[in-house]
Structures are given as structure tokens and as C-alpha cells.
Design a protein. Structure first.
Length: 437
């Protein structure tokens, strides 16, 4: 009788608070775990409207009601969202996702707040950190918040590797903030561009040094498997070889080449095979909704919310249904070890000495991120002395700011899709390629 009463009380509390019974994801060695069970990311990237649309995909209960049944049909367990409005309540959507057994990997930046790859130093400031920390605050209490991306594709060629220093500083700061302000630890990582020239240096750099500065996981966008490719032809075998000794989880933050259509997603079998599972923890298909770049699995009407599956949806659904995950821990390692820091060279210019934490942002570490300012808050793209001026919590005045100019960066396989975007989106590319074009 007592256990029944307590069980009923627990169910009542969960319903009253809007919470859902879902096990938070943790990390051990080079793998993710759901409790004691190895967890493989089987997901999609989700940003309806693409980067030209400022709408928050998790800010509308009605949108979530429309799309989540299709997530369930696909058989996914994770979505990645590239941008949210941190002033919006996400409780209902996050509960709907949790009820469906779906986790969220969230990018914490926006078009107005990110590391500027063209001039990274001035963009690392208290305005950026207030935005990042207040975004963490909005999602830290959801058990299905799986992880955060500190940045996306900031390093996108051989000329932007110095920006890695500031990405790593943000990782350090996020880890410190989560340890101080969150009831549980939520992993923080980085999503790298599809740039073979410095992918390994980026991975090694972000995983070297003190534990307080290292990413908890590393992901990269990969479009090397096109059409009826193979494990060897795609280079997957070499990626496994290169990362075999990597001490933290890695996965594909984007995959799904569309140079051959319709897509068959034959890479799914390889990604979840025993050969890859000992090193890789799955991946996220780019992308759920059809945008200008024609990578969508479904047509999504932003006005009506109607979802219409495309042929790629059914192909991916079939592949996921047929894949069999490796047994046990899939050959994962149990020790989380640091990498050796890459030496400076003509292809790597990041510094092993990180910038000092902005003194005027210390208040957020101690007291919380303050009021979330959303999409209407100030940008952090200061390129003059005002960047280091003291900024009171939640009361910013974005004066004396200038927007830096730099080219948009995307993986080579999808770099041609910037047609018709608003001018603010063009600027977003200078911020580190964080938004999906």
C-alpha cells in the first residue's frame, strides 16, 4: 500500500510540474550512457525555416505537436536545434519530447551572440557569456537536455584556426557555469566543419590541457558518404582509425550527402556497425525540414504547421528500422583521456593560453545568468574598447558596436545554398557559421 501511494504521489508530482521520467545522458570514457546502457545518437537536425527564420523551433507547443509524431515514426532519439530564443518558455515542447523519449542537443549561440571567426578576440566578452549562461539556465532543468554545443563551425578553413582559442575559452566558461549553477552536469562540446585539413588538430586541441578546459565530446559535420558509397570509399574507415585513441565521445553532428538523389542513407548501417561503434556514438541527419538547400526529410508549412513526408523520410525510416545496435558497450573505452595539444604550424595557429575570464562576467557565475534577453538583446560583436566595459546583469546598452564582415562558411557539399537570405543572415556567417544555411 505504501509503495502504491508513493508511486501515485510521484506520478502526480511529475504531472504537476510538467516533468517527464527520462534518464539524463552521461559520459563514461568515449561513449554516452543512458543509465548503464550505451547510448547511440540516432537523430536529426531540426531548424524549420533555416537560418533566415528567427522563429524558435521549440518555442511553439503547436509546432512540437505536429512534428514529434514524425520524429517517432522515424525512430529517432535525439534532435539538434541550432538556435532558440532564450526569453521563451520551452517547458511544454521539452516535455513533449521527453514523453516521446527524445533528447535535445542545443547550440547556445545565435546570430547576435557567437564567436566571430573573423575577429574572435573582441567578440569574447560579458555580453556573449550572459547570453550563453542565460540560455543554459532555460534548459538545465530538463532531464532530456542531453548536451550543449559551445559553437559550430567557427574554424572553417586554414585562416580561422586562431578562433579555436576563444571557442575553448567559452567551453571552459560553460563548464564552470554548469558546475556552479546546475543541479546536474550537462556535457559541453563543439561541432566542427567538414574540413579535413585541420579536423584532427581541432579535435586534439579542444581535448587537450586541463580537464576544466576540455570539451566533453567532439562532433563534426561530414558529407563524405554520397550515394551507394562504402565504408572504405567514403573514408569512414580512416576516420575510425584516426579517432581510435580519442578519449571522449565523437559523433556526426550533420551527415547525409545529397549530391545523389534520392538519398538512400546506406551509411546508417555503417555508422551503427561494430566497426564504428567502438569509436563513434552515432549521428544526426541533416536535416528534418526542407529548406532552400534541399536536404529536407519533410515539407513543413510554417503557416499551417502541416508536415508532409518526402521520399528521403521513408528511406531514412527504413534504414533506422533495419539497423541493429551492437551488443553491450560496443567496444567503448572506459577512460576519458586528454589528447596532446597540436603544435603551431602553417595550418594551426590556436594558442594554448586561453584568454582570461571577463571580470565583469563573474557576477553570472556566482548569481546566475540573469534575465534572458532573447533575440532582441544586444549583440557581442564589439570591435572597439567598449567591448570590455562593465555590463550590469540584464541591463545592457549596445552602444558603440560595429558588425564585422566575413564570409559565410559551410561544408563544401552544401556551400551553394545561400540564395535569398536576409542581410542579417549574411552577417551570421561571420559569427562562426553557427546557423545552417
Amino acid at each position: 500500500m505504501r509503495s502504491s501511494l508513493f508511486g501515485g504521489l510521484a506520478a502526480f508530482v511529475l504531472a504537476a510540474t510538467g516533468a517527464s521520467a527520462i534518464t539524463p545522458i552521461t559520459i563514461k570514457g568515449n561513449a554516452f550512457y543512458q543509465g548503464d546502457k550505451r547510448f547511440y545518437i540516432r537523430g536529426v537536425d531540426f531548424q524549420p525555416g533555416g537560418s533566415s527564420n528567427k522563429a524558435d523551433p521549440l518555442g511553439s507547443s503547436e509546432v512540437c505537436k505536429e512534428v514529434i509524431p514524425y520524429f517517432k515514426q522515424l525512430g529517432i532519439n535525439t534532435i539538434r536545434v541550432y538556435a532558440v530564443d532564450n526569453s521563451v518558455d520551452h517547458t511544454d515542447c521539452m516535455k513533449q519530447l521527453a514523453d516521446a523519449g527524445i533528447y535535445l542537443i542545443l547550440d547556445v549561440n545565435t546570430a547576435n551572440n557567437a564567436i566571430n571567426r573573423a575577429n574572435p578576440g573582441p567578440s569574447y566578452n560579458a555580453v556573449l557569456l550572459q547570453h550563453v549562461f542565460s540560455t543554459i539556465d532555460q534548459f538545465k532543468n530538463f532531464d532530456n537536455t542531453m548536451a550543449f554545443f559551445a559553437a559550430n563551425e567557427v574554424i572553417n578553413d586554414l585562416k580561422t584556426t586562431n578562433a579555436a582559442t576563444y571557442v575553448k575559452a567559452v567551453v571552459r566558461d560553460m563548464k564552470r557555469y554548469i558546475n556552479k549553477q546546475s543541479k546536474r552536469y550537462i556535457p559541453t562540446g563543439y561541432s566542427a566543419a567538414d574540413v579535413a585539413d585541420n579536423r584532427m588538430q581541432t579535435a586534439e586541441y579542444l581535448n587537450c590541457g586541463e580537464d576544466s578546459e576540455r570539451v566533453d565530446f567532439f562532433a563534426f559535420n561530414d558529407y563524405s558518404w554520397c550515394g551507394s558509397s562504402t565504408y572504405q570509399k567514403s573514408g569512414y574507415d580512416q576516420k575510425v582509425k584516426n579517432f581510435t585513441s580519442y578519449g571522449i565521445p565523437i559523433f556526426f553532428s550533420e551527415y547525409g550527402c545529397n549530391l545523389v538523389n534520392p538519398r538512400k542513407f546506406t551509411e546508417v548501417e555503417a555508422i551503427y556497425s561494430p566497426a564504428m561503434a567502438k569509436v563513434f556514438s552515432g549521428g544526426l541527419v541533416y536535416e528534418f525540414t526542407q529548406e532552400e538547400n534541399k536536404y529536407g526529410l519533410v515539407e513543413f508549412n510554417n503557416n499551417t504547421g502541416k508536415v508532409t513526408p518526402l521520399s528521403d523520410f521513408n528511406a531514412l525510416k527504413e534504414q533506422f528500422a533495419n539497423v541493429e545496435l551492437p551488443s553491450g558497450n560496443g567496444g567503448a573505452t572506459t577512460d576519458s583521456k586528454a589528447s596532446k595539444c597540436p603544435s603551431k604550424s602553417n595550418i594551426w595557429q590556436a594558442s594554448d593560453t586561453l584568454p582570461k575570464f571577463p571580470q565583469n562576467a563573474e557576477q553570472y557565475i556566482q548569481n546566475g545568468g540573469g534575465k534572458p534577453l532573447g533575440n532582441d538583446g544586444p549583440n557581442n560583436m564589439w570591435t572597439d574598447a567598449s567591448a570590455s566595459a562593465p555590463v550590469p546583469a540584464g541591463t545592457y546598452a549596445a552602444t558603440g558596436t560595429t558588425k564585422s564582415d566575413a564570409s559565410i562558411g559551410r561544408p563544401a557539399a552544401i556551400s551553394m545554398v545561400a540564395v535569398g537570405l536576409a542581410s542579417w543572415v549574411v552577417f551570421a556567417g561571420a559569427l562562426g557559421g553557427y546557423l545552417v544555411l
